[in-house]
Design a binder for this molecule. Structure first.
Ligand SMILES: [Zn+2]
Length: 233
């Protein structure tokens, strides 16, 4: 296993703590700020370096008249933060595509899982993954402001080790999260973390508990962590 990961597990208290985001960004991750922005985005130091390299290359290689820059909207989120997002959707305080009124717990969970992960199962727990520019696929598609950026990413992100884990659902047998053109991942470390997560879940060291709906989600958590684009595995 990468030495970098062993150090991080130690800082988080244990391997399973790290895999479930049960640690604080400070002292464990390197913190990135978009120019002119005060928000802090935690990344594993190796991921931070590769992100800067990619960012610099994009600025150099994009068309001279292209106005969009690449920036991080969200990277590391800890367990507590993910639990708050999940429960705000589960209880209906944060609206989703359809209202939760009259729905069974399973139906509510299906709605949440279109775009959000259960606490302990998010790739945002690892310091390897981040969202860029806009949480809207249309932004990255033909006619959208981010079209050139996305075209550049699909051709060049792999030069720096990055891949898009949530590609078209049809390429993933219809299993898992919907497509997210904004979500990118550092494969050299995330692939290893995904394998470890699956291993620890199967051996019962990672369990779904202590959040609303966790008993209903159960083993489906495994499908959602497993289902990523081939190039991210
Ligand atoms: Zn994301």
């Amino acid at each position: 296993m990468a030495v970098a990961l062993q150090n991080l597990f130690q800082k988080a208290g244990s391997k399973t703590n790290f895999l479930q985001g049960k640690f604080e960004s400070k002292n464990t991750l390197r913190e990135f700020q978009n120019p002119g922005d005060t928000r802090i985005h935690g990344l594993i130091p190796e991921v931070y370096n590769k992100w800067i390299e990619m960012l610099t290359a994009f600025e150099k290689e994009k068309s001279p008249n292209y106005k969009q820059t690449m920036f991080i909207v969200s990277s590391f989120r800890n367990y507590k933060h993910q639990k708050a997002i999940w429960e705000s959707k589960y209880t209906g305080s944060k609206p989703m595509r359809e209202p939760i009124k009259g729905k069974t717990p399973k139906e509510i969970i299906d709605l949440i899982l279109e775009f959000s992960s259960a606490p302990g199962t998010s790739r945002h727990h690892w310091g390897t993954d981040f969202d860029i520019n806009s949480l809207d696929n249309g932004y990255f598609e033909k006619g959208g402001k981010g079209y050139e950026l996305y075209s550049w990413m699909t051709k060049n992100a792999s030069r720096f080790g990055f891949c898009q884990p949530y590609n078209s659902l049809s390429l993933r047998n219809g299993v898992g999260y919907h497509e997210e053109k904004w979500h990118w991942s550092y494969r050299p470390l995330a692939s290893e973390l995904r394998n470890l997560w699956i291993q620890e879940f199967k051996s019962g060291n990672i369990k779904m508990s202590d959040y609303k709906g966790s008993d209903v989600l159960g083993d489906r958590a495994l499908d959602y962590v497993s289902s990523v684009a081939l190039e991210c595995q």
